[in-house]
Design a binder for this molecule. Structure first.
Ligand code: AMP
Length: 210
């Protein structure tokens, strides 16, 4: 099963990626996490990616495609995976189709813009396992400590208000056409991502069993 997760920043893709991967019995990866891992390992790719991430812009297609296809082509992932946050541009989607033939399901988390801003401004991420929480809507049981790891939670620099505005603008320009691309292929599954984590999971379960 090859599953793509699409949706604006803050739409809940990252929160649900682990759940979906477990149900489909495959691994999941987030392209943003791959960039952040490169950055913490101080690789050339990580340093390059940071210049774009800090401004809320997309990292250029050539390096992004290479990084994600390397992960996809790993023998442990090739037969099935959940990709969170890739593809985000038409060239990325076309490159993925060219590499794989096609994917099975494209899950689109639909959330109104006002909710996205509210979610991103309160979002907290675990430094170690990258689990995602929200100060008000989905707090960790242990305050500023992850209740899965447990390590410290932090606010991502690109979740700060000025960068969030640009991320949402870039998303509308670059990623909206990718959603249409998969809709035309009849691959798109629309999920109302404005609901609670549990409600979204029940809807996902129905779609994954289909
Ligand atoms: P995310 O963690 O998914 O919000 O991604 C954080 C940042 O990583 C984005 O704002 C982009 O700068 C970069 N990024 C992640 N995935 C992609 C992608 N598929 N294409 C280009 N840039 C990406």
């Amino acid at each position: 099963m090859r599953i793509l997760l699409m949706g604006a920043p803050g739409s809940g893709k990252g929160t649900q990626a682990g759940f979906i991967a477990e149900k489909a019995n495959v691994s999941s990866v987030s392209s943003g996490d791959l960039f952040r891992k490169n950055l913490s390992d101080n690789t050339e790719l990580g340093v390059l990616a940071k210049t774009y991430m800090d401004r809320g812009e997309y990292v250029p297609d050539d390096v992004t495609i290479r990084m994600v296809l390397d992960w996809v082509n790993d023998p442990s992932n090739i037969s099935g995976f959940v990709l969170d946050g890739f593809p985000r541009t038409l060239p990325q989607a076309i490159a993925l189709d060219k590499e794989l033939g096609s994917v099975d399901k494209v899950i689109f988390f639909d959330v109104p813009t006002a909710d996205l801003i509210e979610r991103l401004s309160g979002r907290l991420i675990c430094k170690t396992c990258q689990a995602s929480f929200h100060k008000i809507f989905y707090p960790s049981k242990n305050g500023m400590i992850c209740d899965q790891c447990p390590d410290d939670l932090y606010q991502r620099d690109d979740d700060k208000p000025d960068v969030v505005t640009n991320r949402l603008k870039v998303y509308m320009q670059e990623t909206q056409p990718v959603i249409e691309y998969y809709d035309q292929q009849n691959k798109l599954i629309n999920i109302d991502g404005s609901k609670s984590v549990d409600e979204v999971q029940s809807k996902l379960e129905i779609q994954l069993n289909d």
